[in-house]
Write a protein that binds this ligand. Structure first.
Ligand code: G16
Length: 542
């Protein structure tokens, strides 16, 4: 029997989980004891782990395999009976949620820094998901952080590394390590929700698609489902091989970083449909031929068409969206006579609504869409739902969205990101905005209905979250929202979200940057962006 070692350690500063777990540079995680401290803090904050099963896997980025070996040895040292680990250490975030729920594990640990770049000088991340399958709520992440601040020792076994590529059960100092196929359970779940027959027929009829896996975790999932089960031609999946550094790319499925895909869809004889997912497979971007669907519109269109998909044929209980996400989904909810919930940014806030059966579909402007099938946002799920809708409606993506706008009106929307700005300047800017009282004042042609710092009381468990983003809402319903990103690892990223409702069909063709020009200028001025950050232009516009 291998002896369990108790290793003395000292707390590290700053192990406070952000929007989605602890994300830091790889070099930070490589400091002796850094990963170990955080993992021990998790194990000591989630209840009695003795005899329990844990799910484990990651997006395959640099340091994934080493971190998994350490966590396995610590799980054994802390008394877990079994750890289910994806083959090769691979497990997309939604697939992890699926496995946690299906096998009723005592939650899971997901290793990912999501859409952030990977490699020795780039980012790594770790988060704990609860037994319901979703990201740990704030009460749990706060407990983990508190524990990380007074930790004095961690427990680990001295044992050889496990062969993560060999499927089946392995023994690790008396604990079972079950290496399993990371795709199979997830693919089966997708098949239970969508009309695979109709989608197969769509592809058989010559429908063209490109899916950009961005050299990240969804490659194997997309190949198995799209090119395998659904019969899409080989080559439909681009950049399908997961790489530790994502092929030197930035695995963020947006118009800037998924440029190969965008070029393909906007080319002369481009395919009918394009989609991309991020590092860990929970985000999605949807494109039609010569057409970009904003994540906010995507949520609204999917909600309006959900009953075309077998898994949602009975209708939706409700919709939930994060506060900065546009109100396009609210209009669909209103038409359907179902509630629409507005939560803070972060998928973890949807968990209670999904568990209580109050919401069926959820979405965020940050390229996240999902449903109650798991407790994470789910990139491929969104792609398959779109495919199911396209297979039934047999119209181009652009026509479906334009018809949607004609029926519900268009929530014209854009997000401007200022990345890598000085943290104290960013905090100063937010403090300044927080101190403004604009109610009843005029800003340009707009008059302010109210401004506040968004606070949320969870309707299920009553927990309160404050300081979730500055809103300036105008009397015509337009608004600008300011938030600092909670997922970066360097400096600060200021996000400015701009939205205006446009009921007039004759205006729907306008480029949002043109349609929103006044509001964009007003947002820059009111927040003194140039004076406070030195930036005259955003780094990313979506
Ligand atoms: C994470 C959360 C999302 C959230 C996003 C916002 O995404 O899981 O729910 O919308 O962060 O990021 P930020 O705080 O940078 O605006 P991911 O895909 O990074 O896990």
């Amino acid at each position: 029997m291998t002896a369990i070692k108790t290793v003395a350690t000292q707390p590290f500063d700053g192990q406070k989980p952000g929007t989605s777990g602890l994300r830091k540079k790889v070099k930070v995680f490589q400091q002796p004891g850094y990963l170990e401290n955080f993992v021990q803090a998790i194990f000591e904050s989630i209840g009695d782990v003795a005899g329990k099963t844990l799910a484990l896997g990651g997006d395959g980025r640099f340091f994934n395999r080493q971190a998994i070996q350490t966590i396995l040895k610590m799980a054994a040292g802390n008394g877990f009976a079994r750890v289910m680990v994806g083959q090769g250490g691979i497990l997309s975030t939604p697939a992890a949620s699926c496995v946690i729920r299906k096998y009723r594990t005592f939650g899971g640990i997901i290793l990912s820094a999501s859409h952030n770049p990977g490699g020795p000088d780039e980012d790594f991340g770790i988060k704990y998901n609860i037994p319901a399958g979703g990201p740990a709520p704030e009460a749990v992440t706060e407990a983990i952080y508190a524990r990380s601040k007074d930790i004095t020792q961690y427990r680990i076994v001295d044992a050889a590394d496990i062969d993560l590529d060999r499927l089946g059960d392995h023994d690790l100092a008396g604990m079972v390590v079950q290496v399993f196929d990371p795709v199979a359970d997830y693919a089966a779940l997708m098949e239970s929700l969508f009309d695979f027959g109709a989608i197969r027929a769509l592809f058989a009829g010559g429908f063209g698609m490109k899916f950009d896996a961005m050299h990240a975790v969804t490659g194997p999932y997309a190949k198995a489902i799209l090119e395998g089960a659904l019969g899409a031609p080989a080559g439909t999946v681009m950049n399908g091989e997961p790489k530790e550094d994502f092929g030197h790319g930035h695995p963020d499925p947006n118009l800037v970083h998924a440029h190969d895909l965008v070029e393909a869809l906007f080319a002369q004889d481009g395919p009918d449909f394009g989609a991309a997912s991020d590092g860990d497979g929970d985000r999605n971007m949807i494109l039609g031929k010569d057409f970009y669907v904003t994540p906010s519109d995507s949520l609204a269109v999917l909600a309006a068409n959900a009953t075309l998909c077998p898994g949602y044929a009975k209708g939706l209980a409700g919709i939930a969206r994060s506060m900065p996400t546009s109100a396009a989904a609210d209009r669909v909810a209103q038409a359907l006579g179902i509630p629409c919930y507005e939560t803070p940014t972060g998928w973890k806030f949807f968990g209670t609504l999904l568990d209580a059966g109050k919401a069926t579909l959820c979405g965020e402007e940050s390229f996240g869409t999902g449903s109650d099938h798991v407790r994470e946002k789910d990139g491929l799920w969104a792609v398959l739902m779109w495919l199911n809708v396209l297979a039934v409606r047999k119209q181009p993506v652009a026509d479906i969205v334009r018809e949607h706008w004609a029926k519900y009106g268009r929530n014209v929307y854009s997000r401007h990101d200022y990345e890598g700005i000085d943290s104290s300047a960013a905090n100063g800017l937010m403090d300044y905005l927080r101190g403004l009282d604009l109610k009843g004042k005029s800003l340009g042609a707009y008059s302010v209905a109210f401004n506040d710092d968004f606070a949320y009381t969870d309707p299920v468990d009553g927990s309160v979250s404050t300081k979730q983003g500055i809103r300036i809402v105008f009397t015509d319903g337009s608004r600008v929202v300011f938030r600092l990103s909670g997922t970066g690892t360097e400096g600060a990223t200021l996000r400015v979200y701009i939205e205006q409702f446009q009921p007039d069909v004759a205006q729907h063709h306008l480029d949002p940057q043109v349609a929103l020009a006044d509001l964009i200028a007003l947002a820059r001025d009111v927040a003194q962006i140039e004076a406070r950050t030195g930036r005259t232009e955003p780094t990313v516009i979506t």
